[in-house]
Design a protein around this ligand. Structure first.
Ligand SMILES: Cc1cc2nc3c(=O)[nH]c(=O)nc-3n(C[C@H](O)[C@H](O)[C@H](O)COP(=O)(O)O)c2cc1C
Ligand code: SF4
Length: 805
């Protein structure tokens, strides 16, 4: 090479630098950033690889096998499933295994179960039950080893309640059944409880040192004559043991806590239910099914009663639904804009799936907790189902019609709707359309899928704190189906076949439709109760509120009213009014009375719209201000009743559920029945067995053929409507002592014909007027008062805007 040119190179490089230094600096920066990202990405990949996805086979040794023996344990690192790098970082521990709660995949393969039955007994009765249980637990199944029966006073807690006992054969997991009475005096049980608590708090021990167990369940014996409720001490120590075990095992409650009253009639039955439930779970686990369809037990180790996860989708109308850090609040997350299929006629020649698995709608709905069945149906557990499972009350349909919420499945065969109601929090996510243009799934596939989805979700709830074992067992047999989840069920072309399948399995049906499909309504076969949503009393309001897709929406609506009038002889028809303040309450009582006069429904359910948290329906002009107070709902119902009575329509208030702001008006001619004692009572409850008999008989029948027993006293107007056997709690799970005031307006067994609505209203506002006043005057006063209350409340709740539903 020419040396002179070589000598010029530095100068040339300098020149290049001066001419292009910005570009050089920029590209070096970009290059460095890429290298940095690559290094970071490779690191993440390596970390993720340590935790294989659920179901991925793993070469790791089962956790039981690697359990640390006391001799080795003194200062030994826990090394299961960790890289050498992580191993160095892991704090040194005295004993126990790492809590792998979140990593299902790291669970060892369980091939056999070693059951342990622990008991405590002073008087001997619990010992006798534990012995019986152990004897009956011997199973032919090879995967179930013979159980060990252990007296808590005779064992060393360290052997069983600091880490699980070591099993001789690999693949064997221990399962604890704990039977204990409660004593409000100092006994060995108190020591046991202190041990559990101390173990949990011992900083040298993992907070969940028993997470290696396959599962646990507790059954408590108590005396309900002396300690009638849990608050008063019934089974307190069993409840405590159950809580501590949930913490120590890292939420491995395999079956809900069972409780039995030693002086009651149901002890044997409850114990047997619990035993069977626990046994089935053990078999499931031994077959590698885990504690609940892929989850490692569902109890929350924190065991708080915080219901952050409360699902507000109860099939009722809500303004909005906030969710912390999830995609629940779809509008906030810019959910896909709904497709109006009415405008896409050219593209609909070949039917497509309504909600394909790959669609954002599918993702959004499943994130919200829906199980999508096939391509257009869905099922979801409603919050009342959860509440009833925990003994915290059922929805208003229990008070009005006798449907226990833990026996209810909420589903829809059509996720699509022909309205875009302003208060439906799902609008913005679901498909809409005026006609069915999608592929149609067969009804039997939908029915099986719904049941499967429902049971799967119920099973997941078995570990939730407070779930009552007997209710959990009952919930494994669906008794009722609310076809009201979302969308328009009547839209589904095989709705009658689907209903028939429900009835054949003695599952009653409530179907809610939106009064936009008169032809389908006219063709509808038997259904236990047929609802029509009445969101407005006139054309303009309906357009504003329901935002229907059909241009002839009002004509369709009125046709549906006329069809309902005919159907009143064959169906239990119900108007469902959802009151939204500022939209459809004011000045409309007379308009609603017109509609009732036209359709003559058996019932009119009036419910205040539900608001849960920060409103995302703000775009539609809705906020907390639109939620009516119960007093306002009452006032509206009284006005409507007065208006109906004025027209000679004999409707009266049959029941109420103040808890969810809901009141039931019923046709007195049909449902206010004189008993054998000559006294008239409301009979809004349904006789479900009679309904199934009528269906099976195959001849036409009328709603009067399956009128059930009298409405319970506690559900009657003025008594609040909350079943006294359940416990009322607030959102934090704390008992509520502020039961709604109980103005005794309508004595349960007197003839209410004597009481005029005006007098009743006067009772409610507790301002008995000196001179008779008109309903309007009275309502005016009530509005003034409730407005005042509203202002005060809004002021108080400025920061935490939550209204109980
Ligand atoms: C002194 C005493 C205190 C009790 N305290 C409670 C209690 O606080 N809560 C409860 O539900 N039952 C309580 N019971 C009822 C026992 O839990 C019940 O009788 C149980 O069956 C006793 O079981 P055992 O015979 O195995 O000891 C108590 C019984 C006694 C004798
Ligand atoms: S009827 Fe069923 S789905 Fe509807 S709120 Fe009650 S329990 Fe929930």
């Amino acid at each position: 090479m020419d040396t002179s040119r070589l000598l010029e190179l530095p100068d040339e490089l300098l020149l290049i630098w001066h001419a292009h230094r910005t570009e050089i600096l920029l590209s070096t920066g970009v290059l460095l950033a890429i290298v940095r990202l690559l290094v970071h990405w490779r690191g993440r990949k390596a970390k993720i690889a340590l935790t294989p996805p659920i179901g991925t086979p793993t070469d790791e040794k089962p956790r039981f096998e690697t359990e640390i023996t006391p001799e080795k344990a003194v200062v030994q690192d826990v090394s299961i499933g960790e890289s050498p790098l992580q191993k160095r970082r892991t704090p040194r521990r005295v004993k126990g295994t790492r809590n792998l709660r979140k990593s299902e995949a790291e669970m060892p393969v369980v091939e056999r179960i070693q059951p342990y039955v622990f008991y405590f007994s002073l008087g001997g009765s619990t010992r006798a039950q534990a012995e019986k249980l152990t004897a009956s637990s011997v199973d032919e199944n090879e995967a179930m080893l013979p159980p060990h029966l252990l007296d808590l006073t005779e064992i060393d807690y360290e052997d069983y309640f600091i880490s699980p006992p070591k099993q001789p054969a690999s693949g064997t997991a221990s399962f604890y059944s704990i039977l204990i009475p409660s004593y409000n005096i100092d006994t060995e049980l108190s020591n046991f409880l202190s041990h559990l608590e101390e173990t949990h708090h011992d900083f040298r021990i993992d907070t969940a040192p028993l997470s290696g167990l396959a599962g646990y369940s507790v059954f408590g014996f108590g005396d309900q004559q002396e300690w009638p409720t849990e608050q008063e001490g019934y089974c307190t120590q069993a409840i405590e043991v159950d809580r501590w075990m949930a913490r120590l095992t890292g939420r491995k409650r395999a079956f809900p806590l069972g409780m039995g009253d030693v002086k009651g009639d149901e002890l044997e039955h409850r114990l047997e239910d619990w035993r069977r439930g626990v046994h089935n779970i053990m078999v499931d686990v031994s077959q590698g099914k885990g504690l609940g369809d892929g989850i490692s037990g569902s109890g929350d180790a924190v065991e708080s009663d915080d219901e952050d996860d409360v699902d507000y989708d109860d099939g009722e109308t809500v303004i909005s639904k906030p969710r912390k850090g999830t995609t629940g609040d779809l509008e906030d997350l810019k959910a896909p804009i709904p497709v109006d299929f009415t405008t896409t006629s050219k593209t609909t020649s070949t039917p497509k799936e309504m909600v394909p698995k790959t669609s954002p709608t599918y993702t959004n709905l499943t994130k919200q907790g829906y199980t999508i069945v096939g391509s257009h149906s869905g099922v979801k557990i409603c919050r009342w189902t959860k509440s009833a499972l925990r003994g915290r009350g059922s929805c208003y349909k229990f008070s009005f019609y006798g449907i226990a919420s833990h026996l209810c499945m909420e589903a829809t065969p059509s996720l699509s709707c022909s309205n875009k109601c302003v208060f439906c929090w799902r609008h913005g996510t679901n498909p809409v359309g005026t006609t069915w243009r999608w592929t149609v799934d067969p009804p039997d596939m939908i029915f099986q899928g719904m049941k499967q989805g429902h049971y799967q979700k119920i099973k997941i709830l078995r570990g939730v704190p407070g779930v009552r074992s007997e209710r959990f067992s009952e919930a494994m047999r669906i008794r009722h189906c609310a076809l009201s989840l979302v969308g328009e069920p009547i839209f589904y072309p095989h709705i009658n076949e689907l209903l028939a399948m429900l009835h054949r399995e003695h599952i009653s049906s409530f179907l809610v439709c939106n009064a936009q499909h008169p032809d389908q309504l006219a063709a509808l076969g038997p259904v236990t109760q047929l609802y029509v949503s009445i969101d407005a009393s006139n054309k303009d309001s309906l357009r504003r509120i329901d935002r229907p897709l059909h241009r002839d929406f009002w004509e369709r609506f009125i046709r549906c009213m006329n069809i309902l009038r005919e159907k009143r002889f064959t169906h239990r028809t119900v108007f469902r009014l959802t009151l939204v303040k500022g939209f459809n309450i004011e000045e409309e009582a007379a308009g609603y009375a017109d509609l009732v006069e036209r359709a003559l429904p058996a019932f009119v359910e009036v419910k205040g719209v539900t608001y849960c948290g920060t409103s995302t329906a703000a775009g539609a002009g809705l906020s907390m201000q639109n939620v009516p107070f119960y007093e306002e709902v009452k006032a509206f119902v009284l006005a409507l009743e007065a208006e109906l009575n004025r027209r000679g329509l004999d409707y009266g208030i049959g029941a109420e559920h103040a808890h969810s702001c809901c009141i039931l008006l019923a046709d007195r001619n049909r449902f206010y029945v004189k008993g054998e004692d000559g006294i008239s009572r409301w009979h809004t409850i349904i006789d479900y067995q009679k309904f199934f008999q009528c269906v099976e008989y195959g001849k036409p029948f009328s709603p009067e053929d399956y009128v059930g027993r009298p409405t319970p006293e506690w559900a009657l107007w003025g008594n609040g409507g909350f079943d006294p056997r359940d416990e009322r709690v607030d959102r934090k799970g704390k008992p509520k002592n502020d039961a709604p005031p109980k103005p005794k307006i309508v004595p349960a067994v007197t003839d209410i014909d004597e009481i005029t609505p005006v007098e009743a209203a006067a009772e409610v506002v507790k301002e008995t007027p000196k001179e008779p006043v008109g309903t309007d005057q009275l309502l005016g006063r009530q509005y003034q008062r409730t407005l005042q209350m509203r202002k005060q409340l809004i002021e108080r709740n400025r920061t935490s805007r939550v209204v109980e539903i």
